[in-house]
Design a protein around this ligand. Structure first.
Ligand code: ADP
Length: 397
């Protein structure tokens, strides 16, 4: 069974074609970028063949998807003989609100709900829906499945998702903590338990998904009970360019001082903040570390702030869970950055956390990095959100 996985943003489409017959294999992947601008770019990498890159105007999502489908069946670099070999399409959908606690096969009702949720996820859900509707036109007989970033966190108890604002904003507008990166948190927790031979329903786990966007989740007996992102993905940890937790009064003060309107304030907290904003150097942790090694104090401070934040959330969630059996690091930073893992986990022996410096040298592998004496197991686990989407798509289509 071949599954096309799509992650449609407002101006980009990330895609992967996977064969799911036995061990899942990625047949081709790539990205369409700068949709709607004068020059868009199209990247396509078929398994075992050279990458194809093209720069051309890509007017809208349907032009972008057409490019993807044509590349997949291209006589030279295609990986399929015909589009009939695509058996199902899986879509990453950012917001499932309170409607979706599971992935779902797309029908009219699902589309209506995804559309309604565009109200609280205006940057993501309309683009996700556009992807779904375009695929319905291009591949009308192929089943489609939606996999939501928020679903896994629908088990949060009310005390963890209600904000300290008038209750009617929850009732009227759905303003509450939803949490994101759910597919990744669930995937790495289950994968780690399989590797360790543990029954997830008996364990207390903290998953740290640290990438450009970063979030931490407390998982009790396999269920998400708290998570650091909120109503939007700007909450929680200081991230690459997102502010994370911030005194709301400070934001109001800055807006007043700088005369910022809502779009500008939004841009400030989403695009200009985080480690990029603190350091003035980069949002990329490799560049931050290079700058720190050359003596850049603000880069060092940004890294310090980031690790301190991760540590605080681990402490908070250890309290929420009344202990922790396993801490998992995943995402581009979590999987690769041994310095972040070390700085985060050091001096946490009170919680029974002890990382082995040598084991921690690992990059991009599933590895136990805690010492034999550590009562909490600490692991790096590679995530694969596309694979989760493909697996759910196979299950539901
Ligand atoms: P996204 O949220 O876009 O999916 P990723 O999970 O791909 O992000 O993580 C991207 C980030 O991972 C980069 O910004 C970079 O800071 C970090 N990263 C990737 N590789 C390394 C590495 N080898 N060492 C340190 N940081 C890394």
């Amino acid at each position: 069974m071949n599954v096309l996985v799509l992650n449609c943003g407002s101006s980009s489409i990330k895609y992967q074609l996977l064969n799911m017959d036995a061990v899942p294999v990625v047949l081709a992947k790539g990205i369409v970028e700068k949709i709607g601008l004068t020059y868009g770019s199209f990247t396509y990498k078929p398994e075992g063949k050279d990458k194809v890159v093209a720069e051309q105007p890509i007017m809208d999502h349907s032009v972008g998807m057409d490019l993807i489908l044509k590349a997949l069946v291209h006589p030279d670099h295609g990986v399929l003989k015909s589009l009939n070999e695509i058996d199902a399409v899986g879509h990453r959908v950012a917001h499932g609100g309170e409607y979706f606690s599971e992935s779902v096969k797309i029908d009219d009702e699902a589309k209506a709900k995804i559309k309604a949720l565009g109200e609280i996820a205006p940057l993501h859900n309309p683009a996700n829906l556009k992807g779904i509707e375009t695929m319905e036109k291009l591949l009308p007989s192929v089943p489609q499945v939606a996999v939501f970033d928020t679903s896994f966190h629908q088990t949060l108890p009310k005390k963890a998702f209600i904000y300290g604002i008038p209750y009617e904003y929850y009732e009227e507008y759905g303003v509450r903590r939803y949490g994101f990166h759910g597919t990744s948190h669930k995937f790495v927790a289950e994968k780690a338990c399989r590797i360790l031979g543990w029954d997830i329903t008996e364990k207390k786990i903290i998953t740290c998904h640290l990438g450009n966007g970063a979030s931490i989740t407390a998982i009790d007996k396999g269920k998400s009970v708290d998570t650091s992102m909120g109503f939007t993905p700007v909450a929680g940890l200081v991230m690459g360019t997102r502010a994370g937790d911030l005194d709301l009064g400070a934001l109001l003060y800055i807006c007043e001082k700088e005369g910022l309107d809502l779009p500008k304030a939004n841009n400030l907290i989403n695009k200009k903040s985080g480690v990029q904003g603190i350091s003035g150097v980069s949002s990329d942790f490799r560049e931050l570390q290079a700058a720190m090694e050359k003596g850049n104090e603000k880069a060092a401070l940004a890294l310090d702030v980031f690790c301190y934040n991760v540590k605080k959330y681990i402490g908070a969630y250890a309290a929420v869970l009344n202990g922790v059996d396993l801490i998992i690091f995943t995402g581009g930073i979590g999987e690769n950055d041994n310095l972040v893992r070390w700085e985060t986990c050091k001096n946490m022996d009170y919680l029974g956390i002890q990382v082995d410096k040598q084991k921690n040298e690992v990059r991009g592998k599933d590895t136990i990095i805690s010492t034999e004496q550590s009562t909490t197991t600490v692991m790096t686990v590679t995530t694969d959100e596309e694979l989760v989407i493909a697996m759910d798509t196979v299950r539901l289509s």
